[in-house]
Design a binder for this molecule. Structure first.
Ligand code: NAD
Length: 231
């Protein structure tokens, strides 16, 4: 089958070799915190200071990391692939865009954006949100991280769904397949008639759902796969 339309899903594993810790890890924690303490709306309501500090630290840490070979290879594919391509990332870091990807959607939000719970503005944000700075649009001190927490609706689902419906190839890179709805994309893509490929450090919960799988570090496997695809 000739491949024209590609959808790529990335997860925390694609940024691991840049030094950004993955989500669950062997101990089930994100940077030493339980998910339910930092990544739910209830956690934010209970302890906004802790949650703001947690994301302030993650945002500041982006200044100390760089895109790796996997991000760069995906940016090369974006620049050189003549057909349709959509890179959907679950990551909240900015490493795909810093590598040069442009056909990119952040389905779980972005560390470098704030969200006003008053007026709904989502301004680009570089500094801290601790200290309750005012919203640049409505001036209310009501900014939270623009992160999709557990129990909230991921962003861009209509555009992602349309791209999956039209996909000839769906590739999942560096994701454990534990977080829905992203974990369901492989089934969706197969039903839409796409070939499916997993690239992950190790077999994931979803591996049996893919037509083929390659296991090893993304920094090695993704550049090799991109080189194959571009011939
Ligand atoms: P996850 O942490 O649940 O799974 C990461 C997967 O990557 C694992 O299957 C692991 O085997 C694999 N992996 C680890 N190192 C790898 C490497 N070098 N090469 C290839 N694969 C590697 O991540 P997830 O599935 O993305 O779900 C976690 C959620 O947490 C996401 O929704 C995301 O929003 C959030 N998160 C984001 C970041 C980030 O922005 N970088 C970091 C941590 C968590």
């Amino acid at each position: 089958m000739a491949i024209r339309n590609i959808v790529i899903l990335t997860g925390a594993g694609v940024s691991a070799e840049s030094g950004v810790p993955t989500f669950r890890g062997p101990d089930g924690l994100w940077e030493g915190h339980r998910v339910q303490d930092v990544a739910t709306p209830e956690a934010f309501a209970r302890n906004p200071v802790l949650v703001q500090r947690f994301y302030d630290e993650r945002r500041a840490a982006l200044g100390r990391v760089e895109p790796n070979a996997a991000h760069r290879a995906l940016a090369r594919l974006d620049a050189e692939w003549p057909g349709a391509l959509l890179l959907v990332t679950q990551n909240v870091d900015d490493l795909h865009e810093r590598a040069g990807s442009t056909r990119l959607l952040h389905m779980h939000g972005e560390l470098k954006r704030a969200l006003c719970t008053g007026c709904g503005a989502a301004p680009a944000w570089e500094g801290d949100l601790s200290g309750n700075p005012p919203c640049p649009r409505c001036a209310a001190a009501a900014l939270r991280p623009d992160i999709v927490w557990f129990g909230e609706m991921p962003y861009h689902m209509d555009a992602i769904g349309a791209a999956i419906d039209a996909a000839d190839l769906f590739v999942s890179i560096g994701t454990s397949g534990a977080v829905y709805p992203a974990a369901g994309f492989v089934d969706w893509a197969r039903s839409a008639g796409a070939l499916t490929l997993e690239i992950n450090l190790e077999p994931s919960a979803g591996t049996p759902l893919f037509d083929s799988a390659r296991h090893g570090p993304a920094g090695v496997l993704v550049p090799a796969w991109v080189a194959e695809l571009l011939g």
